[in-house]
Ligand binder design. Structure first.
Ligand code: HEM
Length: 408
């Protein structure tokens, strides 16, 4: 299932797939229904955290939320928390990610033939096949009510591309299904780890958290919460997001790359087919480029009050294999961090460790406990403010489709 983009060679079909994923995700980012849905989810989350008051492991709460939102951008359906299909999909991705963890462990111990975790590969393959069939069913439902003038999600974008023959007939439906599933599964861990790091850092440095709150309320007052159009007026808050991504570097080695031909790099001979890892963590912590690199210092991204992003800042990679989800991640990170910090104050409970731990390719913070208290911005019940569920103009996928149905 995994690998339409991740494991392709930079061939023609890879370039077409990548171009499609990048252009479509970037154009969807700016659709009002996407922002509205994301913002409504931030408010639901703030309300949920307030109802808990004590939160033992925030990343575990964030992961399914981001998966649901990424799936909304891809398939146009926002699953509810208790949707049985969503739980199956979630389980499939978790199994795949555990498999990655074991591959990573193998890579570290250079024991390529042993895995510390034993897998039922038949079960993994079967789940992946079910998921592809389920995805195909979603695509077919889009085809049934396709209107090229109403493009609301990535599947719609693919139907427009095929209708205009923009792929010159290179991509099969299977290729596209693979891209949809891969995009759904790739972004959720790095993005939830990044937001968990941000919450950890601002709780660890309460003066930073207070400064963000002051900036937010000076721009918005206490009557309305932040939206994307506020971004240019919130340089300090944006600098905190950038500094979190630098210091945490959630994908420290990016994804493995492969030399497509014999090559020379800085005097080293690299034979064709050699696997390579890029140490972006080292770049982000190099004292040649960053003063006191281990210090959490958002001001390093500000110059005369404006944002300044150095060339050595590469959380999403660079070049042909850079992250196609960068645009959507920027929006999610901005909306979630600003809205949560607008409504809530986070305080750490007990001792914390700022070291982090590898989960597959992702460097996540170790679980930490938080106390959540309302800010004065919570003048009304946030949950009551959520309003009715947002309808998009696409024909929504029926709730009664199940993993079992697609197997028939
Ligand atoms: C804060 C969140 C994220 C971070 C830090 C991040 C970072 C990265 C990095 C560093 C790479 C590898 C670049 C390389 O190896 O050269 C990558 C690849 C990728 N990312 Fe993200 N990512 C994030 C969110 C997302 C999201 C939300 C999606 C999907 C909507 C996504 C989909 C992908 C895919 C499909 C690839 C593989 C691209 C390829 O192989 O050409 N990522 N990401």
């Amino acid at each position: 299932m995994q690998g339409e983009l991740l494991q392709s060679n930079p061939s023609l079909d890879f370039k077409i797939k990548r171009d499609f994923a990048l252009k479509s995700l970037n154009s969807l980012c700016y659709k009002p229904h996407i922002e509205e849905t994301m913002k409504a989810e931030t408010e639901k989350l703030a309300s949920f955290l307030l109802s808990q008051r004590n939160v033992p492991h925030i990343q575990a709460i964030l992961e399914p939320i981001f998966l649901r939102l990424i799936m909304f951008v891809v398939n146009g359906k926002l699953y509810s928390n208790d949707d049985a299909n969503f739980h199956e999909i979630w389980k499939t991705f978790q199994i795949n990610s555990q498999l990655l963890v074991s591959k990573w462990e193998d890579l570290k111990s250079i024991s390529l033939f042993q895995s510390s975790v034993s897998y039922n590969f038949f079960q993994i393959r079967e789940r992946s096949e079910i998921q592809m069939a389920y995805q195909r069913d979603i695509v077919n439902r889009h085809k049934d009510c396709f209107n090229p003038n109403i493009v609301s999600d990535l599947v719609d974008c693919s139907l427009v591309m095929l209708e205009l023959n923009e792929d010159s007939g290179v991509l099969s439906q299977e290729d596209l299904d693979g891209i949809f599933v891969e995009l759904c599964s790739s972004g959720n861990q790095p993005i939830s780890a990044t937001l968990a790091w941000l919450i950890l850092y601002v709780s660890y440095f309460p003066d930073v958290q207070d400064k963000i709150y002051q900036e937010l309320t000076s721009v918005m007052g206490i009557e309305r919460s932040p939206r994307m159009s506020d971004q240019p007026h919130l340089p300090y808050t944006c600098a905190v997001i950038l500094e979190t991504q630098r210091l945490a570097t959630v994908l420290p080695f990016m994804y493995p790359h492969m030399a497509t031909e014999d090559t020379q790099f800085m005097g080293y001979k690299i034979p064709k087919d050699t696997a390579m890892l890029f140490n972006v963590w080292s770049l982000h912590h190099d004292a040649k480029h960053w003063k006191h690199p281990m210090k959490f210092d958002p001001d390093r991204f500000l110059e005369d009050g404006d944002l300044r992003i150095p060339d050595q800042y590469l959380p999403f990679g660079d070049g042909l294999r850079s992250c196609p989800g960068e645009g959507i991640s920027d929006i999610l990170l901005f909306l979630f961090s600003t809205n949560l910090l607008y409504y809530l104050r986070f305080d750490l409970q007990g001792k914390v460790d700022l070291e982090g731990e590898m989960m597959g390719y992702v460097l996540a913070p170790k679980p930490f406990s938080l106390t959540v208290t309302p800010r004065e911005t919570v003048v009304i019940d946030i949950a009551a403010e959520l309003g009715e569920t947002l309808e998009t103009s696409v024909c929504m996928i029926e709730d009664d489709v199940s993993f079992d149905d697609v197997l028939d």
